[in-house]
Structure formats: structure tokens, C-alpha cells
Design a protein around this ligand. Structure first.
Ligand SMILES: [Zn+2]
Ligand SMILES: [Zn+2]
Length: 92
């Protein structure tokens, strides 16, 4: 298996992240717009710190767009605004 982000080809199927670039696997939790993981998005890193959570936990519990458009994905605020602030697919 090869890392999609760097040239590391030594990835085992049991690895949770790339030992070279740190890319995480098996977590589809990324922004629909920018494809970033909560760990890479400043607003979630800061909000998570304030709430004593991890960025992932914060998105799972607090991000209203999570699961609203695509399973296990969300819109970060920037992409949500860029997308024209769509409403969740009738799930209100
Ligand atoms: Zn890598
Ligand atoms: Zn985004």
C-alpha cells in the first residue's frame, strides 16, 4: 500500500497513519470542500482546545454539517460559506 500524500510505500494495512508524512488512514472524516481533516483546520483545533476535546471529537459533536451532506463528512466554515451555505438535506 502506498501513501496517497507522500512516496512512502511501506504502509501496512494495520497502520493508522503514515510514518513519513503523518497522514491518517481509515478516517473518512474530511471537509467536503477542501478535503482537510479536522486536525488540519485551525477553527476546529482552536475550538477543540477551548472545549478540552480533540478536533475530531469537536466535529463529531458540534459541527452541524457533519453527516448532513455526505456520510461521515462535513463542511468547514470556510467551505460552507463558499458553497453558498446549503441547508442540510431536509434534516432539520
Ligand atoms: Zn505519507
Ligand atoms: Zn473545508
Amino acid at each position: 500500500m502506498k501513501c496517497p500524500q507522500c512516496s512512502n510505500t511501506e504502509i501496512q494495512s494495520t497502520d493508522k497513519f503514515c510514518k513519513v508524512c503523518g497522514l491518517k488512514f481509515g478516517e473518512p472524516l474530511t471537509c467536503i470542500g477542501c478535503d482537510k481533516h479536522p486536525d488540519e483546520i485551525e477553527e476546529y483545533i482552536e475550538a477543540a482546545e477551548l472545549n478540552d476535546m480533540t478536533p475530531v471529537e469537536y466535529v463529531l459533536e458540534e459541527e452541524g454539517t457533519y453527516n448532513g451532506f455526505e456520510p461521515e463528512r462535513f463542511y468547514c466554515t470556510e467551505c460552507y460559506i463558499k458553497a453558498g451555505m446549503p441547508l442540510n438535506g431536509g434534516q432539520e
